[in-house]
Design a protein around this ligand. Structure first.
Ligand SMILES: Cc1ncc(COP(=O)(O)O)c(C=O)c1O
Length: 357
């Protein structure tokens, strides 16, 4: 099947690209010319449409607004040259979105709609992919309930969208993290490993409190014992302790990040010792006190590798005198971004190239 038969395509008659500075686009504020939209009704997904990006009509009673039956993904397209745009592991985002859909009772959609839909949008809007180092075209697929009914039940109608947005780098300086003794992000049996709207809404209040105290993000601890490190708002967390790369293992409460998985694979490929395990905040603070904590960084699509300059817990802080990434974080950042931009070999088969004309 060709993509023309999968998608019903209506191109924009007037591109907005000349109004946007792709060197300084900010994050998530500008949107490329086209979007994908697909409706679910009568028990099945209907033919997807690609059409000009624009507002959608909803009723105030839309159940997604009230009950957050809603999931999303985030991946990026990278400029290689005038003929090639690279996608980084989009099938991992598809698989994660299908797990999120399952958890939130949203009907799954075909792999081809997701992957070919992204590719088709990139073909159409390839001029929106920024060329500047560190910039990229963020891709946001999402699906939500679409019943115009105020009722906390599984919906009968849904919409799936893919929108894209030229973005710059997420953090422009090392981040300061603090744990919270009072609030938690996720509990076992909850939805912490699903990329679903409510997780983010629930974390805003503690994150705002942390900001008022001078921190950038909360370093979440486990909900039962408030002892074990989980993750950061939009990133997984890594520690380099005495030369060993340590990250919390996946046990249902943290988001299985695509960047996290890439960091683990790359470090193992280099022969670096890697441990995915429970790590207590006390172990982190002790390693810091004993000069064994070499580096701390967050890993995620938005920020890639974000260096951490302070970890604060229970009145104590471990700080790093840095103005950029540490050696391990920098090496990972260099290699991952070089693979993404087609400037380094891709031994893992992570890249899906889109040829554009
Ligand atoms: C809560 C959370 N953890 C971790 C991540 C990192 O995941 P990824 O590397 O797939 O972007 C994200 C971003 O998607 C996130 O929102």
């Amino acid at each position: 099947m060709t993509t023309d038969t999968i998608f019903n395509i209506t191109k924009t008659s007037s591109s907005r690209i000349d109004n946007v500075d792709l060197d300084t686009p900010g994050f998530g504020r500008e949107f490329a010319d086209h979007m994908l939209e697909m409706e679910y009704k009568d028990g099945q997904w209907q033919q997807p449409e690609i059409k000009p990006y624009g507002p959608i009509e909803i009723t105030p009673s839309l159940n997604a607004l009230h009950y957050a039956q809603s999931v999303f993904e985030g991946t990026k397209a990278y400029y290689v040259d005038g003929e090639t745009i690279n996608l980084f592991r989009p099938e991992k985002n598809y698989e994660r979105m299908m797990r999120s859909c399952e958890r939130m009772c949203i009907p799954k959609m075909d792999r081809d709609i997701f992957i070919e839909g992204i590719k088709e949008l990139i073909q159409l809007d390839h001029q929106w992919v920024p060329q500047k180092d560190g910039n990229s075209l963020y891709i946001r697929p999402f699906a939500c309930a679409f019943d115009p009914i105020i009722s906390a039940r599984v919906a009968e109608t849904y919409r799936f969208y893919i929108i894209t947005s030229p973005v710059g780098s997420y953090y422009d300086r090392p981040v300061k993290l603090t744990t919270s003794q009072q609030y938690v992000r996720a509990v076992r049996g909850g939805v912490g490993d699903a990329k679903t709207a409510g997780n983010y809404a629930a974390s805003l209040y503690p994150a705002q409190k942390a900001k008022k105290q001078g921190f950038d993000q909360v370093l979440w601890l486990d909900a039962e014992e408030h002892t074990y490190v989980e993750e950061v708002g939009t990133m997984n967390i890594f520690f380099v302790i005495d030369g060993v790369l340590v990250t919390p293992d996946l046990r249902g409460t943290i988001l299985p990040g695509v960047t996290r998985d890439s960091v683990v694979q790359l470090a193992k490929h280099w022969g670096m010792p890697v441990e995915e395990r429970r790590i207590s905040i006390d172990e982190v603070m002790e390693a810091g006190e004993n000069d064994m904590l070499d580096e701390v960084f967050g890993a995620g699509t938005a920020a890639v590798i974000a260096p951490v300059e302070e970890v604060h817990h229970d009145g104590q802080s471990v700080t790093f005198d840095i103005d950029g990434r540490g050696p391990v974080g920098q090496k990972l950042y260099n290699r991952i971004t070089a693979i993404q931009r087609g400037q380094a070999e891709d031994p893992f088969g992570w890249i899906t190239s889109v040829k554009v004309d």
